[in-house]
Design a protein around this ligand. Structure first.
Ligand SMILES: [Mn+2]
Length: 291
């Protein structure tokens, strides 16, 4: 099993200088750094080259995550928006391929976070989303990329809230490179049984996010049963990445989008955040060894 961390643990804005984070992730004991697709459509080829060299130098693999903007909604009723979305992803997929990234996950089937002041019609959005994701899958296949549909909690999305809905969506799209994706933070809100939810994704799970129920680092809480989760992933022969996605800092676009309204870092300095991340990944490695 390979373990990763999403760069935004340290950031207040989406998108960053990932080179520094590649080095940091390696030093802290991670195998993977997850980056955001935000602005990857505009990144220069020099920057891509520098990132590639950094990840080779530090022996770090990269994965990518994204919450599409409303103008990047693959399920939009407006065909112009759908075309714009495909155009965005084509540019991003080229960059991902250049960085050896074969896994991108998130609420890729809609936009994020959903604006609930607007009328919701789940059946028709679902239908358009299946069609849109099918097109996106064909585009991603040209670059050997798996696109992973993350099951999100009800406050952030309405199309896919559970493992069962996720697998049903993936089956309906019916493309080899479209996979299911779970995140313990979202699961904790929507599933009856974390173990059962993981077992339901057998054969379909492409990416896995971990975090405590309140998005603190794995090992900092006592609500989620990590050994049970590790055992369930073993049980379904999951061989993908386990990427932690902790959010503990208030402020900025990240703090606002994730809704962090109190400091959850114990007033940590940058150095303390690093120590906490290193402790968390060694905690996860121990748990998975035991499973
Ligand atoms: Mn996640």
């Amino acid at each position: 099993m390979k373990f990763g961390i999403y760069y935004a643990f340290w950031e207040k804005q989406w998108g960053a200088d990932y080179e520094g984070y590649i080095k940091k992730a390696a030093n802290l004991g991670f195998d993977i750094l997850e980056i955001s697709c935000a602005s990857l459509d505009e990144v220069s080829s020099d920057d891509v080259k520098a990132l590639y060299e950094a990840k080779e130098k530090y022996k770090i693999s990269l994965t990518a995550g994204y919450g599409p903007k409303p103008t990047q909604n693959i399920a939009s009723e407006d065909s112009k928006v759908v075309n714009n979305t495909l155009h965005f992803w084509e540019k991003v997929f080229k960059v991902l391929k250049a960085l050896d990234i074969d896994t991108v996950g998130g609420g890729l089937y809609y936009y994020w976070p959903v604006d609930y002041t607007k009328q919701i019609n789940k059946p028709s959005d679902w239908e358009r989303s299946v069609k849109g994701v099918s097109k996106l899958a064909d585009l991603a296949a040209d670059y050997n990329i798996n696109i992973c549909m993350e099951s999100l909690n009800r406050h952030e999305g309405f199309l896919i809230n559970t493992a069962l809905e996720c697998v049903s969506f993936v089956k309906q799209v019916g493309k080899k490179n479209v996979k299911a994706m779970l995140d313990t933070y979202h699961m904790n809100m929507e599933e009856d049984d974390m173990r059962e939810a993981i077992l339901q994704t057998k054969g379909y799970l492409g990416h896995f996010h971990v975090g405590e129920n309140n998005r603190r680092l794995p090992g900092q809480g006592k609500i989620i049963n990590w050994l049970e989760i590790a055992k369930a992933l073993k049980n379904i022969d999951y061989s993908g990445a386990v990427v932690m996605e902790p959010f503990v800092l208030t402020g900025g676009k990240v703090g606002n989008d994730i809704k962090i309204w109190r400091d959850m870092s114990d007033n940590a300095t940058g150095e303390m955040l690093d120590i906490q991340a290193a402790e968390s990944v060694s905690f996860l490695k121990e748990i998975f060894k035991k499973a």
